[in-house]
Design a protein around this ligand. Structure first.
Ligand SMILES: [Zn+2]
Length: 332
């Protein structure tokens, strides 16, 4: 058993309380490798933004849980080295799918876990979430739960259709589970193909797909039922067209990739939405930068020469999200 406190990490409780009060959202960025972690910490340290490092089950298998723990601990020390005196860094399990996985993360130094039992029947979702909450709270680890189903594909999580969260369920769910935050479904979606072309309209000027708007009425209804309760949005990448274009230009193939427009996320960040998950955008930035080097310098075979530019582009992306979308800069 290693407490997250020994690693210099923080849970989400204070972060979220401040974010709701201040009308901004905390970035939750997924990471799988050193370059992503460096980019996230550099962006957070330079903008003084609290940050949530997210690890999916797949990332944990990919990177190894022991290595991950020390990477997170290293991230705290790296942040201090960059001049961030009191780093507000949370290590969070994204989409935990069993009590055992959540328990293992709590025991391994995570400061926050998500139990995603949203695909189970309502009562089973409550029972499993409560079991995780009861365990995690003994160690001051915060728990995110989910009600409603997001469409899209993200590592092991996938669903063909979305079901909006039912506002009439949220009070009962939050009260009976004791969860610290709630991920809801209002039309965001996992992955780089959030909507089919049939769900979108086309901008007549650019020919680009324009996605359907988020269901802010559902968000408003949830906030009315649970005033001041931390709300989480998953699947909130914007799929920047500049990266998609770069990928396609340098030999990739991402036709009709489409995300959530940033102005909608900006609006959400000002509400009780206090955690916004962004994964696909950094995958796109990484891939775009690597493809560019490969296309322009085919003789290059030093990984630092293509992972380095990828890291720089991700740092730029993270800073943009923090400053221009979430508004969390200067809050830590
Ligand atoms: Zn998610």
């Amino acid at each position: 058993m290693v407490s997250f406190k020994e690693l210099g990490l923080v849970n989400t409780r204070e972060m979220f309380a401040k974010a709701i009060k201040g009308g901004y959202a905390i970035p939750a960025f997924n990471f799988n490798n050193m370059e992503q972690l460096q980019a996230i910490i550099k962006a957070a340290a330079e903008t003084k933004s609290p940050v949530i490092l997210q690890v999916s089950k797949g990332a944990r298998n990919y990177a190894n849980q022991t290595l991950l723990r020390y990477m997170a601990q290293g991230a705290v020390e790296y942040a201090k080295e960059l001049g961030w005196e009191h780093p507000q860094i949370c290590l969070h399990l994204d989409h935990g799918d069993s009590f055992e996985l959540c328990k293992s993360c709590v025991d391994f130094g995570f400061s926050s876990v998500m139990i995603d039992a949203s695909s189970l029947p309502y009562e089973e979702n409550i029972a499993l979430t409560k079991k995780v909450v009861d365990y995690a709270h003994q160690y001051d680890v915060t728990v995110e739960a989910e009600l409603g189903v997001l469409a899209g594909v993200e590592d092991e999580v996938s669903s063909a259709v979305s079901h909006y969260t039912k506002p009439e369920e949220v009070v009962d769910f939050a009260t009976r589970t004791g969860c610290d935050s709630l991920a809801i479904s209002i039309g965001t979606s996992h992955g780089a193909y959030k909507f089919t072309p049939e769900q979108c309209t086309r901008d007549p000027k650019t020919g680009r797909l324009v996605p359907p708007p988020l269901a802010f009425d559902v968000l408003d209804a949830v906030m009315e039922k649970l005033p001041g309760f931390p709300i989480v949005l998953h699947g909130s990448s914007s799929v920047p067209q500049e990266y998609v274009d770069m990928i396609n230009k340098y030999g990739g193939k991402l036709p009709d990739a489409v995300g959530i427009p940033e102005e909608q996320l900006r609006k959400a960040a000002k509400s009780a939405v206090c955690k916004i998950n962004i994964d696909s955008d950094s995958r796109l930035a990484f891939t775009a930068a690597v493809r560019k080097v490969f296309a322009e310098k085919p003789a290059e075979f030093d990984p630092r020469k293509y992972c380095g530019p990828a890291r720089d582009l991700m740092t730029e992306l993270y800073k943009h999200k923090i400053i221009n979308v979430l508004g969390s800069d200067g809050k830590a």
